[in-house]
Structure formats: structure tokens, C-alpha cells
Design a protein around this ligand. Sequence first.
Ligand SMILES: [Zn+2]
Length: 74
Amino acid sequence: MVVRYCECCKTETDHRETLERKPSSYDTKKSIYGRLMLLIHEFINGGHYYNMNRYLTCKACGHKILENMGNEFE
Ligand SMILES: [Zn+2]
């Protein structure tokens, strides 16, 4: 649990941390070639952590903030 300022609540609230996969340009391609390229792309870039977005979600109102400030995956 992380305490952060929430724009909606206009105060500091408890936030839940979540990780979501970043949408990739390859995701829109439904072909086998596109899927293969996605796998190769992720492999080259060191696995799925490279493509993760870190979000903080306000527990009071559900407002979501994108926060990719940390270097814990590098
Ligand atoms: Zn809030």
C-alpha cells in the first residue's frame, strides 16, 4: 500500500500498486507472423518486465495514476 496524492480526492489517500503490460504495436497484428515478432521482440528486450507499466490506484475513488518512476526492474 502506497500513500499518494489523489487528484480526484484532492488529498493523500492509500493507493494499490498494479502492473499492467504495455500495449505493443505487434498486438494489433493477428497474424502468426505478428505474434512471432512479438515473442522475439520481448525476448530481445529481456522479457515481460520491460513492457510493464506501473499503476497506482486510489483505494477511495479508484482513480488510476501511471507511475513508471522506479528503477526496480532495471
Ligand atoms: Zn481518489
